[in-house]
Design a protein around this ligand. Structure first.
Ligand code: UD1
Length: 377
């Protein structure tokens, strides 16, 4: 890998593909823009998520520049989706010859772009490295382990991540504890979101509703599990409205598994970033199987019940407001009544979740790439 001559900007090819990537890539793109002449970012959207509500609205809400390239891969099996990104991004890397590739999170686009780059001897920076659920049935866990094992810079959000990486044999000098770029985005947009009338528009009152998100295969792919979950959540909905913005994957699963029968909840289409942040801010509780929402509720100090058996983000439990309750309906119901009876976790915002993570990352990339042999990092 040839380093950029000192008078040439560092070309970074930044990759985003699916909804949870967009809030992570946004502050990094803004940070590159703050250093004109030193960086020349090339933003690539793989097209893994393509619906307006899953993609375009995030670019608008977060002021992310229009992607330089959209690979348009769309949906498909894991093999197909990953292979499409791998093939298309390899071509692009050969054409654009970036000095480094920047990937975020743990989606199929993340591992595919990483693999294409390292085989071309282009170093990769992985933002949100080292998280482990220890559940290899989750496609995201496979994506995390593989991406981390071949990346050159591993930017971590919490102390557990460094421990995991060291245990896997990653040299410490590759690991950089920088904080959480997703929380950069949250802190930047919190005031703007507070001014929205999302809560009222949905016919709700602040602190008198719950927010639900579900999309993991473990929750939505089995008809039995979906029915049991909706029974418990339907009971909660009779006391406290449960707002449920439906991910397209879940909408498909409901269509197939429940014969189109709608759950007894406050259903909405997927929301944009700002509307969803507004909704989270004033929720009495949040129930989710998402990764990122566990972190956002911790940053906001809102109680979160995670409907999974594990978390790759333990700091949200040890320091934040998150509780892992599993997927058993009785356990979920018990945890809900505890929260309703005022047993609320007192959390604090974890170290370095301070809105400055993107700046730290870009500082390190600049230090390591400007006029140096990037391959030696
Ligand atoms: C992906 C990520 C997951 C992340 C989630 C957030 C992987 C392995 N998974 O899961 O980590 O938490 O995004 O949303 O990368 N679909 C649409 N429109 C879209 C996108 C998807 O209708 O814009 C439907 C399609 O039917 C598709 C299904 O949703 O088959 C699943 O999409 P996919 O990108 O494969 O995975 P997600 O479940 O969204």
């Amino acid at each position: 890998m040839t380093p950029p001559p000192s008078n040439e900007p560092i070309r970074i090819l930044a990759v985003a593909g699916a909804r949870p990537n967009f809030m992570k890539i946004a502050p990094l793109m803004h940070e590159f823009a703050r250093r004109p002449g030193r960086f020349q970012p090339i933003l690539v959207h793989t097209g893994q998520h393509y619906d307006k509500a899953m993609s375009e609205s995030f670019f608008t809400d977060l002021g992310i520049p229009e992607p330089d390239v959209n690979l348009g891969v769309g949906s498909g099996s894991h093999g197909q989706q990953t292979a499409q990104v791998l093939m298309k991004i390899e071509e692009l890397l050969l054409e654009r010859k970036p000095h480094a590739v920047l990937v975020v999170g743990d989606v199929n686009s993340t591992i595919a772009a990483t693999l294409a780059a390292v085989k071309l001897d282009i170093p990769v920076a992985h933002v949100e490295a080292g998280l482990r659920s220890w559940d290899r049935k989750m496609p995201e866990e496979i994506n995390r382990v593989l991406t981390d094992s071949i990346s050159n810079w591993l930017f971590t959000t919490e102390p557990s991540a460094e421990e995991n990486l060291v245990r896997e044999g990653v040299p410490r000098e590759k690991i950089h504890f920088v904080g959480n770029v997703m929380i950069d985005t949250l802190l930047t947009h919190r005031e703007q979101a507070r001014k929205l009338d999302t809560v009222e528009r949905l016919g709700l009152k602040p602190h008198a509703y719950a927010v639900l998100t579900l999309h993991r295969p473990s929750n939505v792919d089995s008809a039995g599990q979906l029915v049991r979950l909706f029974e418990v959540l339907g009971r909660l909905n009779r006391e406290l409205p449960v707002v449920f913005p439906i991910h397209p994957r879940t909408a498909n699963a409901i269509e197939q598994n429940l014969g189109g029968r709608k759950p007894d909840l406050h259903l909405t289409d997927p929301l944009g970033y700002l509307d969803f942040l507004r909704l989270l801010t004033d929720a009495q509780m949040v129930l989710t199987d998402s990764g990122g929402i566990q972190e956002e509720t911790t940053a906001l100090g809102v109680p979160c019940l995670t409907l999974r058996d594990s978390t790759e983000r333990p700091v949200t439990v040890t320091e934040g407001t998150n509780r892992i309750v599993g997927t058993d309906p009785d356990a979920i119901e018990t945890a809900i009544s505890e929260l309703r009876n005022g047993k609320k976790p007192k959390g604090r915002r974890p170290a370095l979740w301070d809105g400055q993570a993107a700046g730290r990352i870009v500082d390190i990339l600049e230090r390591d790439l400007a006029g140096k042999d990037a391959g030696s990092t």
